[in-house]
Design a protein around this ligand. Structure first.
Ligand code: ZN
Length: 299
């Protein structure tokens, strides 16, 4: 299934994506389980019915009956619009560690973003004033589907709900202002995800996916998740040794080579207002983000 979250008439709703067609879960539920809607990803993650199996059955019913939802989302949200944890892995591709002139890490380098960073595909990001060195990072995002602590590496992917594109937007000047990276990683809108998540049954091997990033239509990153130092199952297992992973938690798994930071000083063309970044991982659609002007207003 391709599951997405979007705003319809000022309300968040969960919907299926099939080709260019979107079908709200609530519209199908109105027929099959009257009085149960509206449905959001959070409500599904909290374990309220319908579960994934039921969602799949409902989608099949909608397809077999030719069910049409007349409405398109006014805008997209991240598939999980309010993840409890946003855990990011730094320097997880051999090639990116090399271009950053850093050693291959012995342990996953973990940092985090907060919910203020979460936006969906199509969002325009207004960086804070003072973020002068804006950079993109195309990343595979793991979305957790089950709670787990000390999850064994073998079978760790059974805890995963699905996968989506992510862009670990980074302000390098803020990131390296101090030894902790957080400041440059979690300004408002710095964690775009989407356009939808693909459930794990449709992703046969997350450690073998092509990953591409385009800047204004020009390819700037092109790699494969097979270049990751720590695999998806290892990351889920490793992180869960130290904290309980919950449904809806997301893991940004690191970026391959080709970021602006990877160029020699003097040749770094940082992102500027008007730039469009598109992250597309094999089978996961395309996540579009536009860089806007610096955010000046008080709110
Ligand atoms: Zn990253």
């Amino acid at each position: 299934m391709r599951l997405a979250s979007g705003v319809f008439d000022d309300k968040e709703e969960l919907f299926w994506v099939s080709g260019h067609k979107s079908t709200r879960v609530s519209q199908v539920a109105n027929v099959l389980l009257p009085g149960s809607g509206p449905w959001t990803m959070n409500r599904v993650l909290e374990g309220k019915d319908p579960n994934m199996h039921q969602l799949r059955q409902w989608e099949q019913w909608a397809e077999s009956t030719g069910f049409e939802d007349p409405k398109q989302p006014d805008r997209l949200l991240a598939p999980v619009s309010q993840p409890g944890k946003i855990i990011c892995v730094g320097l997880n591709y051999r090639s990116h560690a090399a271009e950053s002139q850093m050693d291959i890490p012995q342990f996953p380098i973990l940092f985090n973003k907060f919910q203020n960073a979460v936006v969906g595909s199509g969002a325009t990001i207004n960086p804070p004033l003072g973020a002068m060195h804006m950079d993109y990072e195309a990343e595979l995002v793991i979305v957790m589907g089950r709670q787990g602590f000390n999850i064994p590496e073998d079978g760790a992917l059974d805890y995963v709900l699905g996968y989506c594109n992510g862009n670990d937007l980074s302000a390098r000047d803020l990131q390296f202002r101090t030894s902790q990276w957080m400041l440059g990683k979690t300004s408002d809108g710095f964690g775009p995800m989407g356009p939808y998540l693909v459930t794990r049954d449709e992703v046969s091997n997350p450690d073998q996916l092509e990953i591409v990033c385009q800047r204004n239509g020009v390819e700037v990153q092109h790699s494969n998740t097979s270049d990751m130092i720590f695999s998806c199952s290892y990351l889920v297992s490793y992180i869960s040794r130290f904290m309980t992973l919950m449904p809806g938690d997301v893991i940004f798994t690191g970026t391959p080579e080709g970021v602006v930071l990877g160029y020699p000083e003097g040749q770094r063309d940082w992102l500027h207002s008007g730039d469009q970044i598109v992250v597309s991982i094999e089978g996961l659609g395309a996540l579009t983000t536009v860089i806007g002007d610096a955010k000046l207003e008080r709110s």
